[in-house]
Structures are given as structure tokens and as C-alpha cells.
Design a protein around this ligand. Structure first.
Ligand code: NAD
Length: 453
């Protein structure tokens, strides 16, 4: 069922009725159409505050993306499209006042669908890093998540980028900022991106068409998030293998044909699926660059009433199958150097969900799994990450009870649910060469909410 408030709230007659009733109409989010664009900030006003990172890095990135840079604040009555605050120089509680000064002056001037990014240091766990400096850097996380709640009703997003040290390079920062400033991150807010200093980005990489020549496998791609992901990966140039169960072959084949991809039938619940995938990828493509583990199921019941078979089924498809498949693909050298693995976790993996002990266990398991796997694969420059969707409007969430659904939508900072395309955009970013600096992380695509499927 469509979101009534979003559908009618922007129609003239209805808008005034909602206003009188005191109902906040969710903003219309501007989303990425087609493939990535290069100069995403062309014609946009970018207000920056420099800090510990060399100011030329920030200004070069702004130039590369085509933004019109303004330092520290805007003229009165003007609107900012991007606020970029470098907080890496903050070492004391007193210096946190810099955040107050900048955001007090500029947060009220944000345009609709604007973007806020704060860059901070990864809090240093070494003895000399403990204490006030660590506290001050950690404080920035609470600050940014709160600003995200305050400006979300404008469709504005706020994210924090953590770097290991102030000498982070332009090559490492640019792709992440490109994603966060773009329409591709419309439903990503209140998140923390950690840039690994070991992440090797030898040149300035644009996200646009950056998957040309890559081979990608997406499991469960006949519909929903998997289908949207297959389409986005293909739009950036990848050859995509759409995998789904035999009973979903017709839908899967249609998706594959429409993106000039291939269709592969495998039931991930069966032990032989890993061999089927591995043999196919070896034979047809001599390997694979991007593997998206998207196939997933729910079988909800409270733990006291849950059939053993429901437990087994969900644990098998959502967690065991992807570990089994990765083990074989990695052991056989099928995933190429500089490869990308992205697994679908869920908000319920962080917060748990009533009636979803089985599902939440698998989705939490994935968060730990990608963390461990990323360390194992670092020397091959293969990254392993997860994406945790919040409330996303798909067949899976359409089945939810009405009030849970309303909660899922309204409790997000952006006052609405996300779309399959929002998750697909995040997956596509994590699959790109520019995302070499991000590994072992679980990115929530949830509009800043902890409610979802
Ligand atoms: P969906 O039910 O619309 O699509 C799932 C796809 O996986 C289908 O095409 C289905 O045929 C396929 N699939 C299921 N079992 C399979 C098997 N054994 N072998 C091969 N393919 C199989 O689901 P969705 O909403 O698009 O979700 C996709 C992923 O995102 C899932 O892992 C889900 O847990 C996760 N997720 C979704 C949401 C949401 O709000 N929709 C939220 C959090 C996480």
C-alpha cells in the first residue's frame, strides 16, 4: 500500500487540509535517475568550514564536483545546498563550540534535499589518545545524528565520515563525498562512514560508469531490492548475472534480458547452489568482480511458537548460504582481486524485531561476518561490506500490519519509507572502485530510523 501522506500531501487541496490538522507532510526526496553524474554540485552552494585536513584537499574536491564554495557562512536569506564541516582538528570539549557556531549560523539556511557532511577522526583507542580528545571526537557522532533528526523534514541528510588521520587523501575522500552529496544517498542519513587509511585508491576515481568491464552476480534479483540493484549495477556498466529460484525464473529472465545481463537459476537453500554458481562464473566469465548476497526470506513467529523448520529455513537461506557460497568462490579464486562483496543485513540485525528471532539472528550475523571477512581479504584488496535497509517499500514490508507500517514510515528522520532503489544505490556505491576505502562496515539505509524489516 502506497504512503497516503506522500501521495496526497503535495497536492494543493490536500496540503492545506494536512496543515490545518497539524500533520507534517513528508518531503519529496530527489533521487538519482539514470546513471551517476560527474559534476553533481554544479550550480550548488557549498558552505565549508576547514579544520585539521589540508584545506586544499577539501577545495579540490569541491572543484572536482563543480560546487560553488563559500567559507563559513552564507549571506542572509540565502540557501545552502551542502554544508561540509571538517571537525578533525577538534581535541577539547571547548573546541566543540566550533560545531555550535557553524551549525547555529547555517542549519536554518539549508535548502530542501540538501546535504550535510561532517568529517571527524576515528576515536583513537591508544593510551595517548584517550580522554578529552577521544570524548570530543566521539561527541561529534551524537551531534551529527541529532542534526539529522532536526533537518530531515526538509529531505536533508546528515552523515559523518571518520578518517584515521588528518593526512587522508583527495583520492580516498572524493568517492565517499561524491556519494554523500549526490541524489544516490537520498535515504542515507545519520550514518558513520569509516575510511580505512589502507584503502588503496591510486587515482582520483569518478563513480560515473565506474563498473564498465566488471562482472556482477546478484542473488534474489527477480524482484525488489535485488532487481533494483541489478538495474543500477548495469546502468554503471557492469554485466550482471541475475540469480533466482526456479519458480521465479520467468521474472528473473525478464530482468536479465532488460539489462543485457544473464539469468542463472539456483535455489540458495540447497547445498549445491554454491557449486552451481562457482562453476557457472568460472565457465562463462572466468571469475566475478562483484557479488551481492541479496536473497533473503522471513518466516515470522514468536520464539515460543516458531516451528523448527522456520528457524532452519531462515538461518539457511539468509546466512548459511552466503557463507557457503563465499567460502567456495574465495577458495577457488573466482572472486577477482579488487573484488567487492556486499551482503544484505537489516535494521533488525541491530535492533531486533518482534516475531523475528530467526531473521534478526541472521541479519546480525551478517554484520559480524563482513567485519571478520574484510580482515581476511584485505591483502587481495577485496572489500566485504553489508547494507542494512530500514523500512523499504517492497513486497516484504507490504505484508506488515498497518500500524507497524505507519511507524516504520513516520519514525524515520525523513518521515517516510525508503525505496528499493535507495538500497540499490548504496550497494552500487559499495561495489565501485572508489569504495576501496570502505570495508568491514554495515551501512544502514534507513532514513535514520531503527525500525524496519
Ligand atoms: P523480496 O522478497 O521482494 O525479494 C527477495 C528475492 O530473493 C526474491 O526474488 C526471491 O525469489 C529471492 N529468493 C528468496 N529465497 C531464495 C532462494 N532460496 N534462492 C534464490 N533466491 C531466493 O525481498 P526484498 O524486500 O527485496 O529484500 C531483499 C533483501 O533485503 C533480503 O535479504 C531482505 O532480508 C533484505 N531487507 C529488506 C528490507 C525491506 O524493507 N524490504 C529491509 C531489511 C532487509
Amino acid at each position: 500500500m502506497a504512503d497516503f501522506l506522500l501521495e496526497y500531501g503535495h497536492k494543493p487541496g490536500w496540503k492545506s487540509i494536512f496543515n490545518v490538522l497539524g500533520i507534517t507532510v513528508p518531503p519529496r526526496l530527489e533521487r538519482l535517475k539514470g546513471s551517476w553524474k560527474k559534476q553533481i554540485l554544479a550550480g550548488k552552494k557549498v558552505v565549508t568550514a576547514t579544520g585539521g585536513i589540508n584545506a586544499s584537499v577539501i577545495s579540490n574536491i569541491n572543484d572536482e564536483l563543480g560546487g560553488h564554495a563559500l567559507i563559513n557562512s552564507l549571506p542572509a536569506d540565502d540557501r545552502a545546498d551542502v554544508l561540509l564541516f571538517d571537525a578533525t582538528g577538534i581535541e577539547t570539549v571547548a573546541q566543540l563550540k566550533l560545531l555550535y557556531d557553524f551549525f547555529h549560523a547555517n542549519a536554518g539556511k539549508l535548502a530542501n534535499n540538501s546535504r550535510v557532511v561532517i568529517i571527524a577522526l576515528t576515536p583513537d583507542p591508544s593510551p595517548e589518545g584517550r580522554g578529552e580528545r577521544t570524548a570530543s571526537q566521539q561527541a561529534i557522532e551524537g551531534f551529527s545524528r541529532s542534526v539529522a533528526k532536526e533537518v530531515g523534514r526538509k529531505g536533508a541528510t546528515v552523515n559523518l565520515v571518520r578518517v584515521e588521520n588528518k593526512s587522508v587523501t583527495e583520492n580516498q575522500l572524493l568517492p565517499v563525498l561524491h556519494f554523500l552529496f549526490s541524489e544516490a544517498s537520498a535515504f542515507v542519513t545519520a550514518q558513520v562512514f569509516r575510511i580505512n587509511s589502507g584503502g588503496n585508491v591510486p587515482q582520483l576515481v569518478s563513480l560515473e560508469k565506474s563498473l564498465a568491464g566488471k562482472v556482477a552476480l546478484v542473488t534474489g534479483a527477480a524482484r525488489g531490492i535485488g532487481e533494483a540493484t541489478a538495474r543500477k549495477l548495469a546502468a554503471e556498466g557492469a554485466t550482471v548475472i541475475v540469480l533466482d529460484r526456479p519458480e521465479d525464473s520467468d521474472a528473473g529472465k525478464k530482468v536479465a534480458e532488460s539489462i543485457n545481463g544473464k539469468f542463472l537459476t539456483a535455489d540458495m537453500s540447497k547445498e549445491d547452489s554454491a557449486t552451481i554458481i562457482n562453476d557457472y562464473l568460472k565457465k562463462e566469465f572466468n571469475g566475478v568482480d562483484i557479488v551481492i548476497h541479496n536473497a533473503g526470506i522471513t518466516r515470522d513467529k514468536t520464539i515460543a511458537k516458531m516451528d523448527e523448520k522456520y528457524w532452519d529455513m531462515v538461518l539457511n537461506v539468509n546466512l548459511q548460504a552466503l557463507i557457503r557460497t563465499n567460502n567456495l568462490l574465495l577458495k577457488s579464486g573466482t572472486i577477482r582481486k579488487n573484488g567487492r562483496i556486499v551482503c544484505l543485513s537489516s535494521i533488525s540485525g541491530f535492533s531486533g524485531n518482534f516475531g523475528q528471532t530467526n531473521y534478526s539472528a541472521t541479519k546480525a550475523g551478517i554484520i559480524g561476518y563482513v567485519k571478520a571477512l574484510s580482515e581476511e581479504l584485505a591483502d587481495k584488496n577485496i572489500t566485504a561490506n553489508a547494507v542494512a535497509p530500514g523500512f523499504i517499500e517492497t513486497k516484504m514490508t507490504a505484508k506488515m500490519p498497518l500500524f507497524t507500517k505507519m511507524g516504520g514510515r513516520r519514525l524515520s528522520n525523513l518521515n517516510q519509507g525508503g525505496l528499493a532503489e535507495d538500497v540499490a544505490d548504496a550497494i552500487t556505491f559499495l561495489s565501485s572502485p572508489g569504495a576501496a576505502v570502505i570495508s568491514g562496515q554495515t551501512l544502514r539505509v534507513c532514513g535514520g530510523s531503527y525500525i524496519g524489516a
